[in-house]
Design a protein around this ligand. Structure first.
Ligand code: PRP
Length: 208
């Protein structure tokens, strides 16, 4: 029997684009296009099983081997440093990790900077590299509210179009790192399913 390739797809904004990249690589699964609430789809003929997971969870599935491969943002890989192979930059989902603040913001070196973020490791490493001591305020979303309500001085967050910042009267003050979606692979799976995985990487790289 053909072995199955288990693929963790990021649910949401990037999901459909990512699935169509796998489809072009020969791993089609037409049932995935049916509009329902199912989370797992498989096509036994081509040997693939897809599951839709929260984008920030893809790396966990791949690291632990529940998925052989997946697509995760570089932000997640930098924040959680999962033990996986990162084989390809897919050049989609492009955005940047940045520091943003209210328009009149200036650093005040006499007091500890309050930083609101979902990405505490990225934020800590960034300010450590600047030699600044910070107080991290860990939030799970709507980070932009924090400086407006004086919960924090700055935020460290993803900026894509910049609309969220603009509409909340905030602006980028420093860019930390560019972000894009990456093709990641479980280390053991790469030994045993290298034919299928190499086929995908080759096809996806040629589209990049
Ligand atoms: C992300 C990010 C920003 C926004 C940036 O949030 O945290 O809030 O997108 O996009 P923009 O520059 O195009 O406006 P997301 O939508 O993932 O929701 P969240 O508030 O739950 O983090």
């Amino acid at each position: 029997m053909k072995s199955m390739l288990n693929v963790a797809l990021p649910k949401g904004r990037l999901g459909e684009k990512v699935y169509s990249m796998f489809e072009k690589a020969g791993f089609e699964c037409p049932s995935i296009k049916e509009n329902n609430r199912k989370l797992i789809f498989e096509n036994k003929e081509v040997g693939v099983r897809y599951f839709w997971v929260k984008p920030s969870d893809v790396a966990i599935y791949v690291e632990r081997g529940a998925a052989d491969v997946g697509v995760a943002g570089k932000d997640i890989l930098l924040e959680y440093t999962p033990d996986v192979y990162e084989l390809l930059d897919l050049n989609i989902g492009k955005c940047r990790m940045a520091v943003a603040a209210k328009k009149d913001f200036r650093y005040d070196m006499s007091r500890t900077l309050r930083v609101a973020t979902k990405f505490k490791n990225i934020a800590s490493a960034y300010y450590l590299s600047k030699g600044m001591d910070i107080d991290i305020i860990h939030l799970n979303g709507s980070i932009e509210i924090a400086p407006i309500l004086d919960l924090s001085d700055v935020i460290v967050d993803i900026v894509e179009t910049g609309t969220t910042l603009k509409e909340n009267d905030l602006e980028v003050i420093e860019e930390i790192v560019p972000i894009s979606a990456r093709f990641i692979v479980n280390k053991t799976s790469y030994k045993f399913k290298s034919d299928a995985i190499d086929k995908i990487v080759k096809q996806m790289a040629s589209k990049g």
